[in-house]
Design a protein around this ligand. Structure first.
Ligand SMILES: [Mn+2]
Length: 295
């Protein structure tokens, strides 16, 4: 098999693989190898902290194998001519279509690397996917190399994005220590995200009930952050708003901190079948909550 593909060959492959989203038996590891290469090459060029232009943007929270709500986000993007789409991570684990979901997103990102963005969630991790189903599913239907190719991609995912210099996007929240954005843009992405300041972006949660930081119930090394920590971070980086996911709400979203932090959830896969999934549309100066069930 050739090591590099031209654009036509890649497009043909994408079509074949896209058919495999509906019938996974059509997918095979050799078919996917060139796509993994193309995808990882795109991700490798991205900084740990993405700087996105101020365009209309659809933001999507946790998917966790909910292919229906992942596809619906792309349909809304297309039907309403939304210019870019950002996924806040946790595409895999839990739901029954986790492989289809992450393959679908990978293909969309290869087709439109300047319009489709994928931030890392705490489930885009070797250690976490060993526990919550993605590794088992990959090995059951394919093999370890298939799984490992996704892990190599996950290791290159950005941890956060700044949209139009004012809206901060990340999976979990604010780290416990001040962050130098300029440094972050040039540092190498961490291969694993189980400890350290950068890992806190994908693990931490907001709370209205205390100021400062308190230990996370998820895991000792991570934190809840209060309004004071939030305000310091927003002021330090001259930001207006933060959009994150990572926590489930039955309504699909929750506002915090005088409506400056918005938490969204975009999946009702697995045990969270009672959730009403939401997306967020950001256009010049406005934030619109989009209830998936209305589209
Ligand atoms: Mn999460």
């Amino acid at each position: 098999m050739p090591t590099s593909f031209n654009q036509d060959e890649l497009e043909q492959l994408i079509e074949i693989v896209a058919a495999g989203i509906d019938d996974i038996s059509l997918l095979s590891v050799p078919l996917l190898v060139p796509l993994f290469d193309a995808w990882i090459s795109i991700l490798s060029k991205q900084s740990m902290l993405l700087e996105l232009p101020e365009k209309s943007t659809l933001v999507v929270g946790d998917i966790h194998g909910d292919l229906e709500h992942l596809k619906k986000a792309f349909k809304i993007k297309k039907n309403y001519s939304i210019e870019q789409i950002v996924f806040l991570g946790d595409i895999v684990d839990r739901g029954d279509k986790m492989i289809e979901s992450v393959v679908y997103l990978m293909i969309e990102q290869i087709k439109n690397p300047d319009r489709v963005f994928y931030l890392r969630g705490n489930h885009e991790s070797r250690a976490i996917t060993e526990f919550y189903g993605f590794k088992n599913m990959c090995e059951l239907l394919f093999d370890f190399e298939f799984y490992n190719s996704f892990i190599r991609g996950f290791e290159k995912l950005p941890l956060a994005a700044v949209l139009g210099e004012k809206v901060f996007l990340t999976h979990g929240g604010i780290p416990s220590e001040p962050i130098n954005f300029n440094l972050m843009k040039f540092e190498l992405k961490p291969p694993e995200i189980l400890e350290g300041t950068y890992a806190e972006f994908v693990w931490n949660d907001p709370t209205e009930s205390i100021d400062g930081l308190s230990k996370s119930i998820r895991w000792d090394q991570f934190s809840y952050f209060g309004k004071d920590i939030f305000n310091q971070f927003m002021e330090q980086h001259d930001l207006d708003m933060l959009i994150r996911s990572h926590e489930v709400y039955d309504d699909g979203y929750q506002w915090f901190f005088d409506n400056r932090l918005l938490s969204i959830y975009s999946s009702n896969a697995g045990i969270y079948s009672n959730v009403d999934p939401y997306y967020v549309l950001i256009t010049k100066g406005s934030v619109v909550l989009i209830r998936a069930a209305d589209f």
